[in-house]
Design a protein around this ligand. Structure first.
Ligand SMILES: Nc1ncnc2c1ncn2[C@@H]1O[C@H](COP(=O)(O)OP(=O)(O)OP(=O)(O)O)[C@@H](O)[C@H]1O
Length: 519
C-alpha cells in the first residue's frame, strides 16, 4: 500500500466527526491493504510507531526538505526506513539519523511529509482509532464487529488479528482463543466515589482489597511459567519468586490474574515505588530479590486445566480460584449477597475502613454475576479510593527558576479529548522530588518537539498520576475548568497515553463544581 493512500485516509478520518463516515473510510483503506501491511497501517493510523522511540528531534524535522512530485513510498518502505533509523547508535548517530530522515522526507510528497512529521512528533495521534479500526476491519471483511473485538481482546494485538482477517477472512477469527502462554489484556475498573455508591450500582458484589503493587498475569503450562504486566510486557525473569509460587500450585495449566506486592515485617504494604524498582530491566534480580522479596496475591482465574473461565460469573470464578490458590496468596474479600441488607452494607463499610488501616489503597467492588471482560474497562468492577487521582498526559513542561533552574519543572497536564487529541486541564510543579525532577528533565529532552526557552513542548506520551482536591471553573483552560491543588503522585510508565483519563470522565466525576477562579 502506498503511504499516500494512508496519509489521505488518516487526514479525512481526522476531519470528519461522523463515526459511520470514519468507519467507511477505514473499511475502504483495509480493502486495499495487503495482509502484510496491517502491522504498519494499524499503528500508523493511531499515530504510533511500531519501533517505539526513534530519537529524532524537532530541530531535524523542522528543516524543510523539497518534496517529491509523485507518491512512490509504500508503508512498508517507511517502516523499513524507520527500523533502520531506530538502530542507529554510537558516535555520529545524530548526523546519521538526520541524513536518514532527510532521505525519507525527500522521497515523500508534501502531503506525505506532513503525515510523516506528524507521526514522528506524535501529533497525528488519534486515541480512539483502534476501536474504529475494528469496525472498519469488520466492514471490509464481512466479520461481525463483536467477533473481531473478542479476537483482539484474546490476541492482545489488533494488528495480528487484522493481518489474519485480511489474509483468510472471518474464518481466521476462530484461531484467536484464550491460550495458556499468550497474555490477554487485563480487565480494568471504573471508579466510584464510595463503597455505598459501588454497592448500589452493582447489587450482589464482592468487596476486595485494592493492593497497590504491579498487576501481573501468570500463565503456567507444566513447568513453563510466563508473567506479564498490564501492558503485556513479559517480566518472568524479574520475578523468580512468582514463578516458584505458580509451580507450587496444584494444577499444571492455568492463567491467574493478580497483583505483586511487598510486605514489611509488620505485614504492611511497602510503597509502590519500591515494588516498581524490582521491574527495571537493569536490576540485578538476585540482589533485588534478597533486598525486597515480593509476593503475588491473586484475585482472578481465567483458565484452569484447559477450561476457559472468562464467561463464568465472578462468583464461580472465585470458587475456582479458591480451589487453586491457598488463602495467603488470595486477595482478602467480603461478599455482599444482598445489597439491600443493612447489616451486609455495614460490614462492607467496615471492610473498607479495615483495608485502609492495613495500609492498602482502597477497595475494588465487583459484581458477582459478571464475566471477565478481558482488555476492557468493565462497568462490573468499581474501584474506591480515599483520594481522587487522575492519570493525565504531560503535554509540555516549563523551565524552573531558583533552585530548579536548569530543570524542567511546571508540568502542563492534559486529559484525552473527544477527538483523540489532548485537552489541557492545568499545571503543577508540586509533589516532585529531586530525583523525579532530574528524571523528568532527561525524559522531556528526549520527547521534546519544541523549546521556546520558557516552555518545552513534548510528544504526549508520558502518563503521570495527579492527586487533586476538585475542579474549579476557569476560562483560561479549553474545557472551562482546571484542577484545584494538583500535585504529582507518581509517573505511570506502565500506562500509555491512550489509557489516560478523558475530559468527559473528569467532568462527569464532578457534577456539582461551583468554585470559580474568576480567570
Ligand atoms: N482486588 C483487586 N482487583 C482488581 N484489581 C486490583 C485489585 N487490587 C489491586 N488492583 C489493581 O487495581 C487496578 C484496577 O484499577 P484500574 O483498572 O483503573 O487500573 P489503574 O488505572 O492501574 O488503577 P490505579 O491507577 O487506581 O491503580 C488493577 O489494574 C490492578 O492493578
Amino acid at each position: 500500500m502506498l503511504l499516500a493512500e494512508l496519509a489521505e485516509v488518516s487526514a479525512r478520518v481526522a476531519a470528519t466527526s461522523a463515526r459511520s463516515r470514519k468507519t467507511a473510510l477505514l473499511a475502504g483503506l483495509f480493502r486495499d491493504a495487503a495482509p502484510e501491511d496491517a502491522p504498519v497501517v494499524i499503528p500508523y493510523l493511531a499515530g504510533r510507531l511500531p519501533q517505539g522511540r526513534i530519537g529524532v528531534g524537532w530541530s531535524v524535522l523542522r528543516e524543510p526538505v523539497p518534496p517529491a512530485r509523485d507518491p512512490t513510498l509504500t508503508v512498508r518502505d517507511v517502516d523499513a526506513a524507520l527500523t533502520g533509523l531506530a538502530r542507529v547508535s554510537g558516535a555520529g548517530a545524530q548526523g546519521e539519523r538526520r541524513r536518514l530522515v532527510r532521505a525519507l522526507l525527500a522521497a515523500a510528497t508534501a502531503e506525505e511529509q506532513r503525515f510523516l512529521i506528524g507521526l514522528l512528533t506524535g501529533e497525528v495521534r488519534q486515541g480512539a482509532l483502534d476501536a474504529l479500526a475494528v469496525e472498519g476491519l469488520a466492514e471490509a471483511t464481512g466479520a461481525p464487529a463483536a467477533d473481531v473485538r473478542r479476537a483482539v481482546m484474546l490476541a492482545g494485538a489488533l494488528q495480528d488479528v487484522a493481518r489474519a482477517l485480511l489474509a483468510e477472512g472471518p474464518a481466521a477469527l476462530a484461531a484467536f482463543r484464550l491460550t495458556v502462554g499468550r497474555p490477554v489484556g487485563p480487565m480494568l475498573a471504573h471508579s466510584a466515589a464510595s463503597v455505598a455508591e459501588a454497592v448500589d450500582k452493582l447489587g450482589a458484589c464482592a468487596v476486595e482489597e485494592k493492593l497497590d503493587g504491579i498487576r501481573v498475569q501468570v500463565h503456567r503450562d507444566g513447568p513453563e511459567v510466563h508473567i506479564h504486566t498490564r501492558t503485556l510486557e513479559e517480566v518472568t525473569d524479574r520475578l523468580p519468586e512468582v514463578t516458584a509460587a505458580a509451580r507450587a500450585l496444584p494444577a499444571a495449566r492455568f492463567i491467574l490474574d493478580g497483583e505483586v506486592i511487598a510486605l514489611d515485617a509488620e505485614g504492611r504494604p511497602v510503597p509502590f515505588q519500591r515494588v516498581a524498582g524490582r521491574f527495571g530491566s537493569r536490576v540485578d534480580v538476585a540482589a533485588a530479590q534478597a533486598a525486597l522479596p515480593l509476593s503475588p496475591v491473586f484475585f482472578d482465574v481465567l483458565s484452569v486445566d484447559g477450561r476457559d473461565l472468562l464467561e463464568l460469573p465472578t462468583a464461580q470464578r472465585h470458587t475456582e480460584l479458591a480451589r487453586l490458590v491457598p488463602e495467603p496468596q488470595r486477595v482478602r474479600r467480603l461478599v455482599v449477597e444482598d445489597a439491600s441488607d443493612a447489616g451486609a452494607r455495614a460490614a462492607a463499610e467496615e471492610f473498607w475502613a479495615r483495608t485502609l488501616r492495613r495500609g492498602h489503597e482502597g477497595v475494588v467492588v465487583k459484581a458477582l454475576d459478571a464475566p471477565y471482560s478481558a482488555g476492557r474497562r468493565g462497568a462490573a468492577w468499581l474501584k474506591v479510593k480515599p483520594v481522587h487521582t487522575l492519570d493525565l498526559v504531560v503535554l509540555a513542561a516549563e523551565w524552573g527558576h531558583g533552585r530548579r533552574t536548569g530543570k524542567l519543572s511546571n508540568l502542563h497536564l492534559g486529559a484525552r479529548g473527544p477527538d483523540g487529541g489532548f485537552v489541557m486541564l492545568g499545571k503543577t510543579f508540586k509533589g516532585l522530588t529531586d530525583v523525579t525532577l532530574d528524571w523528568q528533565t532527561e525524559r522531556f529532552r528526549q520527547l521534546a518537539v519544541a523549546d521556546d526557552d520558557h516552555v518545552v513542548t513534548v510528544r504526549p506520551e508520558l502518563v503521570v498520576e495527579i492527586a487533586y482536591d476538585g475542579l474549579q471553573t476557569s476560562s483560561r483552560y479549553p474545557a472551562g475548568v482546571t484542577l484545584r491543588f494538583a500535585r504529582v503522585v507518581r509517573y505511570r510508565e506502565d500506562k500509555t497515553a491512550a489509557e489516560a483519563d478523558t475530559v468527559e470522565s473528569v467532568l462527569a466525576a464532578h457534577p456539582g463544581r461551583e468554585r470559580t477562579d474568576g480567570g
